[in-house]
Write a protein that binds this ligand. Structure first.
Ligand SMILES: [Zn+2]
Ligand SMILES: [Zn+2]
Length: 173
């Protein structure tokens, strides 16, 4: 299953290269970076100063539903769904599309320091997590598993950075 990595309002080219490399290790069918002309202005909420992730996914579906593989949007912008203050990402369960924001994965979002290694690790966790949903996985009770839910940065850091054996089977079957 190919993975189509789709940067949208995403500026960190170093991080993008690392993501492609790490995804390629796991998904042997290949990882491609594609440029999709996505207009996400409509998804912006002036009150919240955030973007509605579900709406961005809907836009992406219109333009990329013909692709044979998973379409993962990577973005710098802060995301929300109406019932939550923010989301790190969102994915269609058993579907093709997902989105991950690195906005709140930066250490400098919380503290006055940067940590590129930590940013990369957090980004991969959230990417594997959202892709897992695309492959039909729900949340996993195992804290060592990347499919454990994480609603705060502490939980992102606590959970493991790979799938547990059961989850891995679903993703790489
Ligand atoms: Zn989840
Ligand atoms: Zn698991």
């Amino acid at each position: 299953m190919s993975i189509y990595l789709t940067p949208v309002k995403f500026s960190n080219t170093t991080l993008l290269s690392s993501v492609v490399e790490e995804l390629s290790h796991k998904f042997k069918d290949g990882v491609k970076t594609i440029n999709v002309d996505l207009n996400i202005d409509e998804a912006f909420s002036k009150e919240r100063e955030q973007y509605f992730s579900t709406q961005i996914i809907s836009e992406a579906i219109k333009k990329t539903n013909n692709l044979d593989g998973k379409v993962l949007i990577l973005t710098d912008v802060d995301l929300y769904i109406p019932v939550l203050t923010f989301v790190f990402g969102e994915a269609q369960l058993n579907g093709k599309h997902s989105i991950v924001s690195v906005c709140r994965l930066h250490e400098e979002f919380y503290y006055e320091r940067t940590d590129e290694n930590l940013l990369r690790e957090r980004t991969m966790k959230e990417i594997f997590h959202e892709l897992g949903h695309n492959f039909g996985l729900k949340h996993c009770a195992d804290w060592d598993c990347v499919m454990h839910s994480s609603t705060s940065i502490e939980e992102v850091d606590i959970k493991g950075n790979n799938y547990c054996k059961n989850c891995e089977r679903e993703v790489l079957h």
